[in-house]
Structures are given as C-alpha cells and as structure tokens.
Design a protein around this ligand. Structure first.
Ligand SMILES: [Zn+2]
Length: 414
C-alpha cells in the first residue's frame, strides 16, 4: 500500500505544490490574524473532493475547521492538526521574493508562512484526502483540524475547539507538521510565561536626583535579579532526560553547538520597555515585559513564587500575560516510532527525539495525555525574511505524514 500512496503523491506533485503556493498567496499575518482567505482555499479543496467538514468559530475572522472519517469501531483515533495564521512581515522590501507571492524559485516555494506552517497544514489536508479514499482498508477514526490564532495562542484557535468539541478532536494521537527539519521529531516543548512588570516612583526634576528614586534604574536592578531564576537547579523526569541525552549530539549537529542545552535550560528575554517621560525628568514609571521559557522540570508556580519573593527587595507590580506550561509525551509512542521509521525510509535521515524551543498547538494534546508528535520542514526564514521550503522537502513531509497516518490506522490484515 505504501507504493500506491507514494504513487498518488508522485502523480499529484504539481497539484500539491500549487495548493501550497495558493495558501501562501492568501496573506494571514497575525496580528491581525484574519484567516478567512486561507480557509476559503481549504474549503474549496474539500468541496471539490466531496469531503464534508464544519467550521467552528468564536471570532468570524478566525475560522477553524473540523472534518472526520470513521473507518471502524476501534479506539484508534488519529488527529491531524495544522494552523493557517502566520507571522507578520516586517520589511517586505528586504525579501528576495514578495512574501505573499508564493514564488517558485531555486527549487523552493517562497513566502511568509510556507515553513510555519502552510507546508505542514497542506500535508495534513492531503493526508486526510488520501486516507479518505482508502476507507475500507483502515480502522478507527481520522480527524482533520485546521485552526487559526496559533501564533498568539489566543482563545479563538485550537483552544476554542477544545472548549466546544473536545470529544471530537482529542483522539488517541496527534500528528502536526510544524517546522522541525528532517533531523528531528518533537515530542515536547519548553513552556513560556510572559510577565509585565510596572515600577512607579514619585519622580522629579532630573537635576534633583535626591528627591526620588529613578524607575528605570530600579527596573534595571530588578531585571538583574529576575535573571537569577535562569540559574535555578531543577530535576528533569528520568525518561525525558534519557531521551534528550541520546539526541543531544544530533541536535547540536543540526542546529549548532549548544542547541540541545537550550531546550533543557531556563531562558529569559526582556522584550519591551516603556518608561519616561522625559530626558531631564526622573523617570517616574517603567513598564517592561519579560518572556521566560521553562524546560520540563520547572513549573510556572516555581517561577511565580520566585518573582513574589523578590518583593521583599524590590517594589513593583506585575501581571501574568500568558502561560504555556512545559509539556512532553512518551518519546517512543506508537506514532513516534511509525513516523521515525517512515521518515528514515523517505529522507535517509533518522530523526532524533527532541524538545521544541518554541510552542505549538501540539501542547494542547499533550496537556490531555495524548501523544502528539511534530514533524515538518526546516524553519528557514521563519519569523524573519526569505522564508522558504524546497519542493522536495515539502513533498517529503507529505510522504512521511501520509505513510505514518496510514500505518497507524491500517487494518490488521492490510
Ligand atoms: Zn507554527
């Protein structure tokens, strides 16, 4: 059956790449996160294939789609997940090709979102189509979820599906095509905690510094102490540590020396600062936002307790803007093993088990105890300029997803 599936993909090469280019040509930067154009392209495809679906939306400009095929009554339920919003474009003039052109050049598809993650989402859609054709030879259930608002982790995307139809979309495993590169399969992620701090002082004339402390300088001192949290000692779960020890060399080889250590480290970034009001006045207010990344083994409670303890030394207010808890699933789940076998056969590279440095919607499945694995193209240009995916790499992602979904759901006699 693998030969037949690979034959279909080969015959559909141009169709798949044209579809991907079509998704890129529908701009869906987030913010603002309006994905209606991309969703129209996707529903047109499903309509032409006569595959039923329904739109589940909380915000009409950020639609989500759910489609399901029930093959037989077993407990196996594979959920395909992809998002259709993308990073914004900051300096379109600096791109070699217009970021919304879906240009085909140098053997690659170019444009914002082609790696993160319109290639992966296209692979999910075509996987759903091919497996729907094989219905009689499959067991269990296959569900396609296409979502909005992933880039900001807001309430209108995958989170909304879990709010309104968790029974339909939770499944027994989840396959996601976010960027990973052929060198890695992601079975977990670090967490993220975004905090906004505010420091206020009486302020005064800049020539009279004895009348008030300076809020910017107090912030400076607070930031130094916050950074101490990145040195905190913690213990990784043993099974996780073993898997990450085994993949460390491969990760460093693929992503540069030190990359494997970052996935297991607490890191911190001060992303914004707003203070003032004027050069010759003592700053009376300073507001700044900090992005902490937490490895598995460190919890949000650990971090917030640390921050609260700093109140004995500093005077400040803070609020929690966003939390994605760190997460991981068994690195050798059935789907992960199937995917590794197919990826090795298709690409010639055996992918290593890794923890993602950033967040994806796969976390939402792991939070519910469902093994969720991420395998997609290399993140070339992701979040910066000249984002692109080579045609052969996009087709390899499709091949790996189709074969792995098939292997997970194939009948006992197939
Ligand atoms: Zn993404």
């Amino acid at each position: 059956m693998h030969e037949q599936l690979l034959g279909w993909i080969e015959r559909d090469r141009v169709r798949f790449i044209d579809f991907l280019r079509g998704l890129v040509r529908e701009p869906s930067p987030n913010p603002p996160g309006d994905t209606r154009g991309v969703m129209r392209t996707i529903t047109k495809f499903l309509d032409e294939e006569k595959l039923p679906y329904r739109i589940v939306e909380r915000d009409p400009t950020m639609p989500n789609l759910v489609a399901s095929q029930e093959f037989s009554a077993t407990s196996k339920h594979l959920v395909l997940n992809g998002h259709i919003d993308v990073f914004p474009v900051e300096n379109a003039g600096q791109w070699t090709h217009d970021p919304w052109s879906g240009a085909l050049a140098d053997g690659a598809v170019h444009g914002r979102g082609v790696a993160d993650m319109k290639t992966g989402t296209s692979a999910s859609l075509f996987t759903y189509m091919y497996l729907s054709r094989l219905a009689s030879g499959l067991t269990g259930k296959l569900t396609l979820t296409v979502v909005s608002e992933e880039e900001t982790f807001g309430p209108n995307g995958a989170r909304h599906l879990f709010d309104v139809c968790p029974g339909e979309i939770t499944g027994t495993v989840c396959l996601n095509g976010e960027p990973s590169s052929r060198h890695t399969i992601r079975f977990g992620e670090r967490g993220a905690v975004w905090l906004r701090f505010r420091i206020t002082t009486p302020g005064g004339h800049g020539a009279y510094p004895h009348v008030s402390p300076n809020a910017i300088e107090l912030a400076y001192s607070l930031i130094r102490d916050l950074r101490e949290f990145t040195n905190k000692q913690f213990t990784e779960p043993a099974e996780l540590a073993t898997a990450l020890d085994a993949s460390a060399q491969a990760v460093d080889a693929a992503n540069g020396a030190g990359a494997s250590r970052i996935a297991r480290s607490i890191t911190m970034n001060v992303g914004t600062m707003n203070a003032g009001p004027k050069v010759n006045m003592i700053a009376s207010r300073c507001e700044f936002e900090v992005d902490f990344r937490l490895p598995n083994g460190v919890t949000r409670q650990d971090l917030l307790a640390w921050v609260d303890a700093l109140r004995s030394k500093h005077s400040f207010e803070y609020e929690v803007l966003m939390v994605n808890d760190p997460n991981w699933c068994a690195p050798d789940s059935e789907l992960a093993q199937i995917l590794r076998r197919n990826a090795t056969a298709v690409t010639g590279v055996e992918p290593a088990n890794v923890i993602g440095l950033g967040n994806t919607d796969a976390r939402l499945w792991r939070y519910r105890g469902v093994p969720a694995v991420v395998y997609g193209p290399a993140p070339v240009g992701m979040g910066s300029k000249d984002e692109r995916v080579p045609i052969e790499e996009a087709l390899d992602v499709l091949r790996c997803h189709v074969l792995s979904a098939y292997d997970y759901l194939k009948g006992m006699t197939a």
